[in-house]
Design a binder for this molecule. Structure first.
Ligand code: HEM
Length: 348
């Protein structure tokens, strides 16, 4: 969606992108430690991660440059129309500055939440941070959330059955779920929300206090690094009934006023996408893609596993919350009467 193209398994491109995302994410614990022990480490001349970053970054640049050239070529075509994020960013830059070549640079702006700015200057440069960030932030998070939620559904067959009934009554069995169906599938939306509550892929958020303040009776000096444990907040028994249980119905609200109350409460206790100006800008996209992925998997397949239950243990010592034993399951096709017109099969 970011680059408007699919990465094929055939020429190893998908594997390459996946490898880069995994390599980048493996750096996060080091970056995190580096933030905490920045000063003493600097004094000792120790850099925890610069060498690793230098090894990942050029690989990203090479990949993104290829995508960028493809996009620029497309822009030259007669009936060109922007249809992905990279097209839009290129167009925005085209309007802002002309006569200079492309380079993408993130301008840090700590005071106000502004989208990263793209500059055009020089030859293609190493600063492709924005696109790297989107690739890393948007892919593994969504994949982990899908995996955890499917594991919960397999372990809770009654919930899976209720979800399937909802899909069958709203969508039927002659076509696949589409984005426009999601607003009519409240139980599916609740399943996605509950999966993210119990298993937030990014389970901590790091912030720095801009000024001194008092929080919950604690004095916080200015410029203090604060680690918010979103995982713990979303399992706090003071906020959630049966916090350890997978109960999507907790998010089903009947009346409009109930919905408004719930939304007000959720601002503080439901934060899988963190919050504030550095909260996730991809949350709406994530809800849609998770809803469709999970919905289609439930609509089209039964799921078999070895043994009685999926093992829900979590990995230890990683920043991303992953399954210690990644989900292995076999899809068994269900009988649907899908109309050919409902299948959008890409031409390439
Ligand atoms: C289930 C899926 C996702 C989850 C759980 C998730 C979670 C998060 C969280 C918790 C943060 C804030 C980190 C912090 O506190 O510093 C974040 C930031 C971010 N996310 Fe997501 N995200 C998801 C999907 C996406 C998608 C699909 C995109 C875009 C394609 C995206 C783009 C970003 C970006 C660019 C940031 C950095 C924002 C900034 O620093 O200002 N995320 N995400």
């Amino acid at each position: 969606m970011i680059m408007g193209r699919s990465c094929s398994e055939k020429n190893g491109e998908a594997e390459r992108v996946r490898g880069l995302v995994i390599e980048s994410l493996a750096l996060s614990p080091k970056i995190f430690l580096g933030m905490i022990f920045h000063k003493p480490l600097k004094k000792l001349g120790i850099s925890l991660f610069q060498k690793d970053i230098k090894s990942v970054s050029p690989k990203f640049d090479e990949l993104l440059e290829k995508f960028l050239v493809e996009h620029e070529e497309k822009m030259e075509e007669d009936h060109y129309k922007a249809n992905d994020m990279m097209d839009l960013l290129l167009e925005a830059m085209e309007m802002r500055m002309q006569n200079v070549n492309l380079c993408i640079k993130r301008v840090s702006n700590t005071k106000a939440r502004k989208p990263p700015i793209l500059f055009r200057y020089g030859k293609y440069s190493n600063n492709s941070l924005l696109l790297q960030e989107l690739l890393v932030a948007g892919t593994d998070t969504s994949a982990l959330a899908t995996q955890w939620t499917m594991a919960e559904l397999i372990n809770n067959p009654t919930i899976l059955e209720r979800l399937r009934e909802e899909i069958e009554s709203v969508v039927g069995n002659t076509r696949l779920i589409q984005e426009t169906d999601l607003s009519n599938l409240p139980y599916l939306q609740s399943v996605v929300k509950e999966g993210l509550r119990l298993h937030p892929p990014a389970s901590i958020s790091v912030r720095m206090s801009q000024e001194r303040c008092e929080l919950g009776g604690f004095y916080i000096p200015e410029k203090t690094l604060l680690v918010v444990n979103t995982y713990a907040i979303m399992r706090d028994p003071n906020f959630w009934e049966d916090p350890e249980e997978f109960k999507p119905e907790r998010f089903i609200t009947s009346s409009r006023s109930e919905q408004e109350d719930e939304m007000r409460e959720e601002v503080l206790k439901y934060i899988p996408f963190s919050a504030g100006r550095r909260g996730c800008p991809g949350s709406n996209l994530a809800y849609v893609s998770l809803g469709i992925a999970i919905g289609v998997m439930v609509q089209c397949f039964d799921w078999r596993i070895k043994g009685e239950k999926v093992n829900m243990s979590e990995t230890a010592g990683t920043i991303m919350l992953a399954m210690a034993q990644p989900l292995k399951c076999t899809p068994v096709p269900r009988t649907l009467n899908l109309l050919p017109s409902s299948l959008h099969i890409p031409s390439s």
